[in-house]
Design a protein around this ligand. Structure first.
Ligand code: NOJ
Length: 736
């Protein structure tokens, strides 16, 4: 737990109590009040959108005027002086941050420094692959290293708190925020959670290269009905415990300093007021001892849910459920004083929240030094080391979905290579969502990287506009190989970007058709924040490279892969369904009484107009070489199973492989998933080389939660599968 960290001593607890004794009620409430630069929270929004918010009553005339003129923050300087603000979000200008810290520390009565929270989701100045992309690396060390670099750069800018990692399991690719997640598997998510916390926080938050992390969104935000952002969630508690809670549990065990509640309701109770899940489960059961912050304006939205009858009830419901900080809804600020004075909220509730916020400020060392040395920012950010890591991350996150041998491109054979598609010619499209702090000068687009190697670029089409026939003719006439960049723009995934249809825009489908008709070999490179339904590309392209949004080093990494200087090794962490209507599509679904064996089966669990298998399933990802799995052996020890397998690189390239282990509990008192990932190992094998890989599978990993929420490990028969993806067939069995 983070409270056990060496920084938080009894001495500090005394200081906290001393401060608390001296604080007025207003000052205490101030600590619970977090303010952002715009009415929606962390980022500025266009004036037209502000106007709409004003018209629909979401913001007041005063908020509208202030946001328009960027005065919303200046107005807050007096409030900091009065001790009425405890934290900010969405600030990244180190000079401004230092100015605000100075006011808090030198001009307010209590001199309490500010928490400065920020959405540093996949890098700060150096941009790493989006989380969905990075998860495909199956590389625990990388998860930690990229978080560590992000922490270093952000802290140098005066930010001391990141709203990451996002730990929402997402099984529905219609949900735009799948881009920010690590996909659909709780086992992988658990490792990801632990490594991210370590990377951001290290062992000592006062180290000025470390930062407080915030696991979000608690809980089951990714299970929003129909993949529609902010939507309701209705699910059994046992499923919640087996699938959605595990990454948060691992984050808590790793010492996460804070947790953000989610926008959704679960079984009728909005998470912002969900006492059962915040107090009983998160604090009491998991032992979380850090700060709980609401999501942006979510406290005020409790009234919109129809849960709290007015803003006073909303403030009371959220605080009493255990939400310490109100993010940007001004509801605690407006209501808590009156609620305490009327006896509707106990001062103890407020004191507890203030204490946990002060602990975090002490743990971060802010009372000793609240300022950043922004002159050093340039030395710290986008260093060669950081850029090299960005390149490594981009290389390892790319997934080769299909290849009939055209990749890697043989420059001797293909002398006239043509690149088409506007996405390849944009720096910001290389980044994906949440990258407002990126430093563009280090970014090379795919277009620039390939043109350097003699490839000809012609725009031909954008994301949604029609094909320019003249340009298409020029681009393809003399080409002997075409690289077509297809997919989504960065604004088609991320928050509030859910789509009912996740296939390619019609105009891009027709580009694929035209390329097919042309009869020349073509490679498709996909830019996207979510799994897409791309059957037409799968049927027509000679190779498909899933490039996601890989960050600062996107172009260079893809060029290395395309020309064979790096052998791709990424594996999908989400299914790619055939049709949008097949969502949610996840490999680890429970069995039914009528599973379908073929697409034409009748009276089985399937769509008449769909496919029983996704186009690409979880764990899928090709290499330029081939790996053979053999000699699967299982040995039972007292508390674990030792599973070993021999892996041979049987192809013509050296390369990495991610070996995956799945289980299937054949009979249980609760229907079990058809397969569940329980181990993975990433290894490097030279051509012809083989290695025996060992997996330790603790029996304690074989259980599940029953309806009484007891974790049970039932005796019986299990199947073990080991191989290159979730459909691997090499199998053995054992009885527990
Ligand atoms: C809303 C998002 O849901 C959350 O992830 C983010 O951290 C906050 N806004 C602050 O920007």
């Amino acid at each position: 737990m983070y409270l056990k960290s060496k920084v938080l001593t009894n001495e500090i607890e005394k200081k906290i109590n001393n401060l608390l004794d001296k604080m007025t009620l207003e000052e205490k409430i101030g600590q619970l009040h977090q303010v952002g630069p715009s009415p929606v929270g962390a980022f500025d929004i266009p004036e037209a959108e502000l106007k709409k918010m004003l018209e629909t009553g979401r913001i007041t005339q005063e908020e509208y005027e202030l946001s328009k003129t960027d005065k919303i923050l200046d107005k807050n300087e007096d409030k900091i002086r009065n001790g009425e603000i405890g934290s900010f979000l969405g600030l990244s200008d180190p000079k401004r941050i230092n100015r605000l810290q100075r006011i808090a520390v030198e001009e307010s009565r209590m001199g309490i420094p500010l928490l400065i929270g920020c959405d540093v989701i996949h890098g700060f100045n150096t941009v790493f692959p989006t989380p969905i992309a990075e998860s495909c690396s199956f590389d625990d060390e990388l998860f930690e290293q990229t978080a560590s670099v992000a922490a270093k750069e952000a802290r140098a800018a005066g930010i001391n708190w990141v709203f990451a990692p996002m730990l929402d399991i997402s099984r529905d690719a219609r949900w735009g925020r799948i881009a920010e997640s690590m996909g659909q598997d709780p086992f992988l998510a658990g490792n990801y959670a632990e490594r991210k916390v370590r990377g951001f926080q290290g062992d000592d938050l006062s180290d000025n290269s470390k930062i407080a992390a915030c696991a979000k969104h608690f809980l089951a935000y990714g299970a929003c009905e129909g993949g529609k952002d902010y939507n309701t969630v209705d699910m059994s508690l046992s499923k919640l415990y087996d699938v959605y809670l595990p990454p948060f549990k691992r984050a808590v065990e790793a010492g996460i300093a804070s947790i953000m509640t989610s926008f959704n309701d679960i079984n009728g109770v909005p998470m912002t007021a969900n006492k059962l899940l915040i107090k009983n489960v998160l604090h009491d059961e998991l032992g979380f001892d850090g700060v709980v912050v609401s999501d942006a304006t979510a406290v005020r939205e409790l009234t919109v849910h129809g849960y709290s009858k007015d803003k006073y009830a909303a403030a009371r419901d959220a605080l009493c459920a255990g939400v310490d900080i109100d993010m940007n809804s001004y509801t605690y600020f407006d209501c808590l004083k009156e609620l305490v004075e009327k006896g509707e909220v106990q001062i103890d509730n407020i004191n507890e929240a203030v204490k946990s916020i002060l602990r975090l400020k002490f743990a971060l060392g802010l009372f000793d030094n609240p300022y950043c040395d922004f002159k050093k920012l340039n030395e710290v950010s986008c260093t060669n080391e950081h850029l090299a890591l960005a390149k490594k991350a981009a290389l390892h996150s790319t997934v080769l979905l299909k290849n009939n041998g055209v990749l890697p491109i043989n420059k001797e054979k293909h002398k006239n290579i043509s690149l088409i598609g506007e996405l390849s010619d944009s720096i910001s499209e290389s980044y994906g969502c949440w990258t407002i702090y990126a430093k563009d000068e280090h970014t090379v687009t795919l277009k620039d990287a390939l043109c350097k190697e003699g490839v000809q670029y012609t725009r031909c089409y954008g994301v949604k506009d029609e094909l320019n026939e003249d340009e298409f003719k020029t681009a393809t006439e003399n080409a002997d190989l075409i690289i077509a960049v297809l997919g989504e723009s960065r604004h088609m995934s991320g928050e509030a970007h859910s789509y009912a249809d996740i296939s390619l825009p019609e105009s891009q489908k027709s580009v694929v058709k035209r390329l097919k008709e042309l009869g020349k070999p073509f490679i498709c490179v996909l830019y996207n924040g979510r799994p897409l339904c791309v059957p037409e590309v799968d049927q027509s392209a000679d190779a498909i490279v899933e490039a996601w949004q890989l960050g600062t080093k996107m172009g260079e990494a893809l060029a290395d892969i395309i020309f064979g200087r790096f052998n791709p090794c990424g594996k999908l962490t989400s299914n790619f369904p055939y049709k949008s209507g097949e969502c949610p599509s996840y490999y680890n679904h429970p069995n039914t009484g009528r599973p379908a064996a073929t697409d034409s089966d009748h009276w089985t669990c399937k769509y008449d107009d769909g496919r029983i298998k996704p186009i690409y399933s979880f764990g899928h990802g090709l290499s330029y070489t081939t790996f053979e799995y053999s000699e699967l052996q299982i040995e039972k020890a007292e508390s674990y199973l030792n599973v070993s397998v021999k892996i041979t690189n049987s192809g013509n390239y050296d390369g990495y492989e991610v070996a995956q282990l799945y289980i299937h509990d054949k009979f249980a008192s609760k229907v079990r998933p058809v397969r569940e990932l329980k181990g993975y190992k990433k290894l490097y094998l030279r051509q012809g080389e083989n290695k025996v890989v060992n997996f330790i599978l603790p029996y304690s990993d074989l259980g599940f939660h029953n309806d009484k929420l007891e974790y049970v490990i039932e005796k019986g028969d299990f199947e073990i599968f080991v191989g290159t993806d979730s459909e691997c067939e090499l199998k053995s069995e054992f009885t527990l």
